[in-house]
Design a protein around this ligand. Structure first.
Ligand SMILES: [Zn+2]
Length: 154
């Protein structure tokens, strides 16, 4: 029996073995996907729980009142961060202008991948001691998988 699940993070979609200690695990253990899980939980909570939303907004407002110049000062203290951010944004804007259909294409490929269950193209990234050691990626074609590895359990 195959126990693999597809990671719910739409930017990931990797197959993973859910951890025994985490019933109903929907996201793989990568940091980005765990952050996506928390964001999603928060988004749902905000939409369904007006008290939670109210409390969150109040807390944010209080924090902003206490720290009115936080971002202004942060940018002043980190000119390199600000410069890089601006540069990256300009690059993204340029890319979008040059090729407005890029994000659309990526989405279509992803849903096709999901329909095909296990069969499909996968990205392999070498990992050592829970860390990505190389940025080299390898794309492979896979038709079936019988066992897996769980970062939480092993
Ligand atoms: Zn994931």
């Amino acid at each position: 029996m195959c126990k693999h699940k597809r990671c719910r993070n739409k930017d990931c979609g990797v197959l993973f073995v859910p951890c025994r200690q985490v019933p109903g695990q929907e996201y793989c253990s990568r940091r980005e996907c765990q952050q996506a899980r928390k964001r999603e939980w928060n988004r749902k909570k905000l939409a369904s729980d007006p008290d939670y939303k109210e409390a969150r907004e109040q807390a944010q407002k209080r924090w902003k009142e206490k720290n009115p110049n936080y971002w202004k000062e942060y940018r002043a203290r980190h000119p390199e961060y600000t410069r890089k951010n601006r540069q990256q944004q300009r690059r993204r804007n340029r890319k979008r202008r040059q090729n407005p259909s890029v994000s659309k294409i990526a989405k279509t490929d992803e849903s096709d991948l999901r329909k095909n269950e296990l069969t499909g193209r996968y990205k392999i990234i070498p990992i050592h001691a829970g860390k990505v050691v190389k940025t080299d990626e390898c794309i492979v074609e896979i038709t079936a998988i019988s066992s897996g590895y769980c970062c939480f359990c092993d």
